[in-house]
Write a new protein. Structure first.
Length: 323
């Protein structure tokens, strides 16, 4: 077993996939819910195990870019904290961030990609447009990191903004450790090429609670406010994170690759989930179930808790949380 992957004694069943009454698959992992004071309300599995948060860390990284000096308005802050779907409105904000510090798309260090938004993707393919880094779901985060790097050290800093030893990444890393309350020493490379710090699942939940209740005037408050006011820039059309925040005003929601998600209520209850097999299909339903355990009214988002299993294009079952 690879170092860092919890053993079987550290994970529990989180959800089952039921097809025509038959349990076809089971998802295992860890899940935690914290009170506003940070004490556990619910825990399943080894919730202090170090995980890689993937894009769920973007709101924390956005805090770091603001602390480092990036100047971002509401939509720009939201897209820095989000995984956008590559719509034209998203590209316009990313371009605006870059232009504000004298850069263009060529400075982006994330891979070229096609938009996740189906309508936009099909339109661009039909037009013959090639994949572009600005359409990649992490380009908002990269643009904010570039803005912070240039603000710190001038235009030359754009060339090494992804180096973990660069000034901007050191500040971002320090903010992640402050918000999670943990220093793990685990530094990896995310799928987009940016540095990615390992953290305890419980620390990830803690950080979202702090974001949700941050005082006005802080970088955390700016990120939380932007996510709440501009959920369409955190995700996009039909995106589960955006839909959750639209249906539950005041709630923060951010998922990531490999089965990670975190949410927090306005009063600071916070939850986090890691599905060990990496499949995200149950994560939103699980996070909403955890918020309900905290006493939150998640009724307006009840449709997001119903994850259908299809047969012949029709629902023949569902995914059922086990927690």
């Amino acid at each position: 077993m690879s170092e860092g992957v919890p053993g079987l004694d550290g994970v529990v069943e989180l959800a089952t996939v039921v097809r025509n009454g038959f349990v076809e698959s089971r998802h295992f992992g860890m899940a935690v819910a914290l009170s506003p004071s940070g004490t556990p309300v619910f825990a399943a599995g080894d919730v202090d195990a170090v995980i890689l948060p993937r894009s769920t860390a973007k709101p924390l990284q956005a805090v770091g870019t603001l602390v480092a000096g990036a100047v971002l308005d509401g939509p720009a802050t939201a897209i820095a904290a989000g995984s956008h779907t590559g719509e034209d409105r998203h590209v316009q904000v990313v371009d605006r961030i870059l232009t504000s510090v004298g850069l263009d798309r060529s400075a982006l260090g994330c891979p070229a990609d096609r938009p996740e938004d189906e309508e936009t993707r099909l339109r661009l393919i039909s037009s013959g447009a090639a994949p572009d880094a600005v359409r990649m779901n992490c380009s908002g985060k990269h643009a904010a990191m570039l803005a912070a790097a240039v603000t710190l050290d001038g235009l030359d800093a754009a060339g090494n903004y992804l180096d973990p030893a660069s000034p901007v990444q050191k500040i971002i890393g320090a903010e992640l450790e402050r918000l999670t309350g943990a220093t793990t020493g685990v530094v990896t490379v995310d799928g987009c090429g940016a540095p990615l710090l390992g953290m305890p699942l419980s620390g990830l939940a803690r950080s979202f609670g702090l974001l949700a209740t941050a005082a006005a005037g802080t970088a955390e408050h700016q990120v939380a406010t932007a996510m709440r006011e501009y959920p369409e820039y955190v995700g996009g059309r039909g995106h589960l994170n955006s839909d959750t925040m639209r249906l539950l005003p005041g709630v923060l929601a951010k998922g990531g690759a490999e089965g990670v998600i975190a949410m927090a209520t306005p009063d600071g209850h916070a939850v986090a989930v890691k599905v060990i097999d990496g499949n995200p299909r149950a994560t939103t339903a699980l996070a909403l179930t955890l918020l309900e355990k905290c006493g939150a009214d998640v009724g307006p988002a009840s449709a997001l808790r119903q994850v259908p299993v299809l047969g012949g294009g029709r629902p023949v079952g569902h995914i059922v949380p086990s927690i």
